[in-house]
Design a protein around this ligand. Structure first.
Ligand SMILES: C[S@@+](CC[C@H](N)C(=O)[O-])C[C@H]1O[C@@H](n2cnc3c(N)ncnc32)[C@H](O)[C@@H]1O
Length: 292
């Protein structure tokens, strides 16, 4: 049988995965993206005309304004960071406490690292890692635009390959965020060239890398520590199937911590936010606690 590729293959693949939900899901993926604004506690410059929906990391998810770009005054810091509301959930799920050692394995451009840094309140350690030099520059820019230098002493940016990290360190971190590279179907749908090149082998190949990263994360987090695995993928191969594989390949070494949020839906192993029902996402996360 011929493997369907390009737009036709994409539709057939996701329609088989999401069945009667796919047409509404596809329409929602093509709708303009919405943002929440995460208020920057370090900024003195506030915009009174902007109805901020975020205070610290809690936000009113019913308000979906499209905000103007963040700004700063001379010598000040950006007043807020714009992101998809679902992107806040993995950091909430990590439950970072000031003083903990945290690694964000795939950190660029850096929105979630910024949230992790706020949670640490200048105490402990945050390593924001990304293999791409160009994207690492964006992490530095966000830190410098949002956080005073005096409050950056516990922040480090590194350039390691997340799939190989456990060759060099073991049992080091209280919390590990693995916001993995993924199929990003929303971007594929928006880009006709990308869509024309799509083939089902792509999600299968990415899933192999994602599993290698998660296996590495399980070795570098401390016993009793927490990993949040997340993607913006729709493909189940990159979401619940990665956790299923961890059960197969690392039995007894972890347990799942089930979390519920005010928007989105449970999956077999994690939580998923899909735009047809929530207006946010797509986003998937699962919370893994290392047992041994
Ligand atoms: C989904 S993005 C991360 C988004 C980021 N967490 C944020 O919230 O801004 C995935 C990132 O993984 C990085 N990446 C891909 N392969 C990697 C690897 N083997 N090791 C480390 N980083 C990698 C990419 O450069 C990309 O920036």
């Amino acid at each position: 049988m011929d493997v369907l590729k390009g737009q036709e293959g994409f539709d057939a693949f996701y329609s088989a995965m999401y069945s009667e939900r796919w047409p509404a899901l596809k329409a929602a993926l093509l709708a303009p993206k919405k943002h929440v604004a995460v208020a920057n506690p370090y900024a003195h410059h506030k915009f009174t005309e902007v109805p901020l929906t975020v205070s610290g990391l809690t936000f009113d998810h019913d308000v979906r304004d499209i905000f103007p770009s963040p700004e700063k005054n001379h010598h000040d810091y950006m007043n807020y960071y714009l992101m998809d509301a679902a992107s806040i959930l993995p950091v909430e799920a990590l439950d970072i406490q000031p003083g903990e050692k945290v690694v964000d394995l795939c950190a660029a451009p850096g929105g979630k690292s910024f949230l992790c840094a706020l949670k640490l309140q200048g105490k402990g350690l945050l390593i924001s890692n990304d293999r791409s030099a160009a994207r690492r520059a964006r992490i530095h820019r966000i830190f410098d635009d949002y956080i005073p230098k005096t409050e950056q002493k516990n922040l480090t940016v590194t350039s390691y390959d997340a799939t190989k990290w456990s060759l060099y360190q073991k049992s080091m971190y209280d919390k590990v965020l693995l916001d993995a590279p993924c199929s990003s179907e929303r971007h594929v749908l928006e880009d006709s060239k990308e869509l024309a090149l799509w083939a089902p082998g792509r999600t299968k190949a990415i899933a192999i890398t994602q599993f290698a990263m998660l296996a590495s994360a399980l070795d570098i987090v401390k016993v009793g520590g927490t990993i949040v695995y997340s993607t913006c993928a729709l493909s189940k191969l990159e979401n619940d199937d990665i956790i299923a594989k961890l059960y197969q390949k690392r039995p007894g070494r972890f347990e799942l911590m089930r979390k519920e949020f005010s928007f989105g839906e449970p999956t077999e192993f994690g939580w998923q936010v899909l735009p047809d029902t929530t207006g946010w996402g797509p986003f998937y996360l699962a919370v893994v606690k290392r047992l041994r």
